[in-house]
Design a protein around this ligand. Structure first.
Ligand code: ZN
Length: 139
């Protein structure tokens, strides 16, 4: 059965058995899990990272963005979780799914590039400090 609302439940670990209509939020591991809102029984895991999903909490209600697109399941469900409400989006065509996937890949690549730039920056700061130290040591 399709669910039209979902209740957040904060957990230390994602349980083995998920209930319909419950959004399991595991902040410790930055993971959110729920059963596909169409009722097909598939489990949807949404990692919370800048390249995956983000979660917003307002007065006990949660929103996930971007939308949940279960392209790999038979149901191909597509919906938004906004303030505990499940807002159904139209099914996407194969072409649209390919476009979303390409966009996801770009996001992920940009995220990894940003982390690498950050790391490179840290290395160069450390390198400069080291050179300053060596310069001082030799003088
Ligand atoms: Zn489904």
């Amino acid at each position: 059965m399709r669910v039209s609302s979902i209740t957040p439940q904060y957990v230390n670990n994602i349980p083995d058995h998920l209930e319909d209509g419950v959004l399991y939020v595991c902040e410790r591991f930055g993971t959110v899990a729920h059963k596909c809102c169409c009722g097909c029984g598939e489990e949807v895991i949404t990692p919370l990272t800048p390249a995956d999903w983000s979660m917003r909490k307002e007065k006990g209600a949660v929103s996930l963005s971007p939308s949940i697109g279960n392209w790999s399941f038979a149901c191909k469900s597509h919906y938004f979780i906004t303030r505990n409400q499940v807002i159904w989006a139209g099914a996407l065509t194969a072409g649209q799914i390919a476009a979303v996937r390409a966009e996801d890949k770009k996001d992920k690549a940009a995220y990894i590039a940003a982390i690498n730039r950050q790391k490179a920056k840290q290395v160069s700061v450390f390198g400069r400090l080291w050179q300053a130290f060596v310069g001082w040591w030799r003088s």
